[in-house]
Design a protein around this ligand. Structure first.
Ligand SMILES: Cc1ncc(COP(=O)(O)O)c(C=O)c1O
Length: 397
């Protein structure tokens, strides 16, 4: 057994999702550092303009605001919508805690509803049933990069006079019925965290109609009516007015410098991700112990994550041991996500029990994310496939 593992194990550890940063990004960062302006300024503005074009933001260049995280983008969006104490926001348990934390940050109550069994996106039928007179917004997550059913959600939002705020941390580039995620007039939040499809180390983008973006721009910089770049530029004035107690959420030009080149590489990155997904699914699709991710025909999937589900009835080991076995074979993995209601803060505050949201929980218990990034070589992909199939072979029931 040890021999088999040793023979099949790749030599070096394959990390889960490292960033792919090239010389162009490095040169642009150095250029920024050598310039007189290193925080929010001309490169951030250019990044916003190019990003708006990429996702076909509704208001053109004025339809995107660069921020220092997706969390910041969602927080500022909820604040600008005036959501607060006494309000409810409907979201999914199958997400990173940031999605739900921001609802707490504005003092509102997160209302979790269970997910669809195939995509693991929020279930629109259950959303309809969870709407109350206190509901102010829907906050779906495009889980793993597969767009949620945003036309149904949008119709529900319209019918009940609710805001629709999308957590698109995973969803670049993605589209729903041919329309890019981020192209609508409603607020959509993207993440540029280190593992994301586009990274600026830390960063994010909010898209919405230009009027909303102008309001968000002010709220994201102390609630000041004029940003620093304009104040310090030649001909600028030192005067500013604080019109609300805003946040400090602006992106720096150093980060935007990375983002500009990452954005220009997105099409190539996405093609490579799709190729890797195809190779994985071809290898795992016929294996009864494995359930590859789905893609509904009317969406373009961002393929941020390759979430593989195990069929427990076909294996003698569970997900945790499956991960340990892949680690032994030098394959890095992750789990997305521990359902929100299992975390102590949310469990205690809202009295959730483990049996709540059974679709999210039963899938969480049998899923893992495999390495998926454009830096993977064909050899790496073959190593992942071989390791996964070897674990299945070894522990088949
Ligand atoms: C679904 C989801 N939403 C929000 C976030 C938060 O993104 P950021 O770290 O840019 O704030 C993440 C980050 O991992 C995420 O996975």
């Amino acid at each position: 057994m040890t021999d088999i593992v040793a023979r099949r194990t790749r030599r070096d550890f394959l990390p889960f999702n490292p960033p792919l940063v090239g010389e162009e990004e490095i040169r642009e960062v150095v250029d920024t550092l050598r310039s007189p302006w290193i925080t929010t300024g001309p490169k951030t503005r250019r990044f916003e303009e190019e990003f708006s074009g990429f996702v076909r933001a509704s208001g053109g260049a004025g339809g995107a605001l660069a921020l220092n995280s997706c969390t910041a983008a969602m927080h500022v969006a909820l604040a600008c919508l005036g959501i607060g104490a006494g309000d409810e926001v409907i979201t999914t348990p199958m997400t990173f805690t940031a999605t739900v934390n921001v609802i707490e940050h504005v003092g509102a109550r997160p209302v979790l509803v269970d997910v669809e069994p195939d995509t693991l996106n929020i279930d629109p039928q259950r959303v309809a049933a969870a709407i109350t007179p206190r509901t102010r917004a829907l906050l779906p997550v495009h889980y793993a990069g597969h767009p949620a059913e945003r036309d149904v959600l949008e119709a529900l939002a319209r019918a009940h006079n609710l805001a629709l705020v999308e957590d698109a941390a995973h969803a670049l580039p993605a589209s729903f019925r041919g329309v890019p995620i981020g192209a609508g007039r409603n607020p959509v939040a993207f993440s540029f965290y280190a593992t994301k499809n586009l990274t600026t180390a830390e960063g994010g983008m909010l898209t919405a109609d230009p009027e909303f973006i102008e309001q968000a721009r002010i709220m994201a910089l102390h609630g000041m009516s004029r940003d620093a770049w304009k104040r310090y530029d030649q001909g600028g004035s030192w005067r500013y007015e604080v019109i609300a107690p805003g946040f400090k959420y602006n992106l720096t030009d150093v980060a935007a410098a990375i983002g500009l080149w990452q954005l220009r590489k997105q099409d190539r990155f996405h093609r490579r991700r799709a190729e890797i997904v195809e190779a994985y699914t071809l290898a795992f699709g016929a294996e009864e112990a494995l359930e590859p991710p789905v893609r509904r025909p009317h969406v373009e999937h961002a393929w941020h994550l390759y979430v593989l589900r195990l069929r427990p009835q076909a294996l003698r080991i569970g997900r945790d041991q499956f991960i340990d076995e892949l680690t032994k074979r030098n394959i890095g993995t992750s789990v997305h996500f521990i359902p929100i209601h299992l975390h102590p803060y949310y469990r205690k505050k809202y009295g959730y029990v483990a049996g709540d949201f059974p679709v999210a929980v039963s899938n969480f218990e049998r899923l893992l994310s495999l390495p998926l990034h454009p830096g993977l070589t064909d050899h790496d992909v073959a190593d992942v496939i071989e390791a996964v199939l070897d674990v299945v072979q070894t522990y088949r029931r």
